[in-house]
Design a binder for this molecule. Structure first.
Ligand code: SF4
Length: 323
């Protein structure tokens, strides 16, 4: 191939890891196994994971998505989503005699435990996260008297604590690593004795997907992240791609959402997908790009992921009893 042909070779740089994380895989399997074991309908409180394709597929198999427990008929099975719930949601379920299966990701549960522990020791907890996100609502519900939400560095000026020597920060699991550290730096300037969580709250999957995006972004004129608009980790990946030097970065629900004009003058396209996105949606995007001359796909691997989580114990118990 001549040098100029090489230079204009249209290609896709496909980030790895991408797509399903261990927590999403477990949550989706939980609903699938519950449907198989109990039969339809199985009620699911909130979107089991933030991806429209996954929700529609499970609906087609008999899952019924609701916003709150009071929409679930008494005595029915209800699955709680991967994002976690406040203790009062468990209490409401018990009061309605619902059979609850908790598909909260164990890495979110870890943050709940931290919140409970620091609240028990009477700390003020500064929770970095996005207001209204289900995970933040669930974590805040563990210790509402002790938790103050801090959205970004600009919010730090308004944060007050009772005792600046007894203050700790925790975070939502799906934030931008860099932005979170900026917020922590701002908090630490205000509260020099601020303590950090015992281990990273931003989960391995969020960190790995962002690092893989960062490695590719400087080399592409266009970066596409497959994911739903309400998926926090997917939206953060788009921001990371733009900040790391991609010419343009867009979130797309699926191949049908790509605007062909985005490809004008583009030689290299970066591609990844959020932690709640099935690989078939990425395949559809690579097919769409191949049909427009971007058939050359190089997978760029940042790291291998091997983590997996067992199904929720209440479901495992049922499945064991059956076998
Ligand atoms: Fe769990 Fe992280 Fe996946 Fe959220 S993104 S479900 S915290 S592994």
């Amino acid at each position: 191939m001549s040098r100029s042909a090489q230079e204009t070779r249209k290609r896709v740089l496909l980030a790895k890891p991408r797509g399903y994380c261990a927590g999403v895989d477990r949550a989706v399997q939980t609903v699938e196994q519950a449907l198989e074991h109990y039969g339809a309908p199985v009620y699911v409180r909130k979107q089991i994971v933030h991806n429209l394709h996954v929700v529609r597929s499970l609906e087609a198999r008999g899952a019924v998505f609701v916003e709150e427990n009071d929409e679930v008929p008494e005595g029915s099975i209800v699955v709680f989503s991967a994002h976690g719930v406040a203790p009062e949601v468990h209490e409401q379920a018990a009061a309605r005699n619902l059979r609850a299966i908790d598909a909260t990701c164990p890495l979110v549960t870890k943050v709940h435990h931290e919140a409970r522990r620091f609240a028990k020791d009477d700390y003020d907890i500064l929770l970095i996260g996005h207001e209204g996100h289900e995970e933040v609502v669930g974590t805040s519900g563990e210790a509402p008297q002790h938790i103050t939400l801090v959205e970004d560095p600009a919010a730090v000026a308004g944060v007050e604590v009772r005792d600046p020597a007894k203050v700790v920060w925790l975070s939502q699991t799906t934030l931008s690593v860099d932005e979170t550290m900026q917020t922590v730096d701002a908090l630490r300037q205000k509260f020099p004795l601020l303590q950090s969580p015992p281990s990273d709250d931003i989960c391995y999957a969020t960190q790995n997907r962002q690092a893989a995006v960062k490695a590719i972004a400087p080399d592409v004129e266009l970066f596409l992240v497959v994911g739903s608009a309400n998926s926090s980790n997917s939206v953060r990946m788009v921001e990371v791609a733009a900040a790391a030097g991609a010419g343009a970065a867009h979130l797309v629900e699926n191949a049908g959402a790509i605007d062909p004009t985005w490809l004008d003058g583009v030689t290299s396209v970066g591609l990844s997908s959020g932690a709640s996105v099935p690989e078939i949606l990425v395949r559809e995007v690579t097919d769409w790009l191949a049909a427009r001359g971007y058939g050359d796909v190089d997978e760029v691997s940042h790291t291998e992921e091997r983590l997996s989580f067992a199904l929720p114990q209440e479901l495992r118990r049922e499945l064991r009893a059956k076998s």
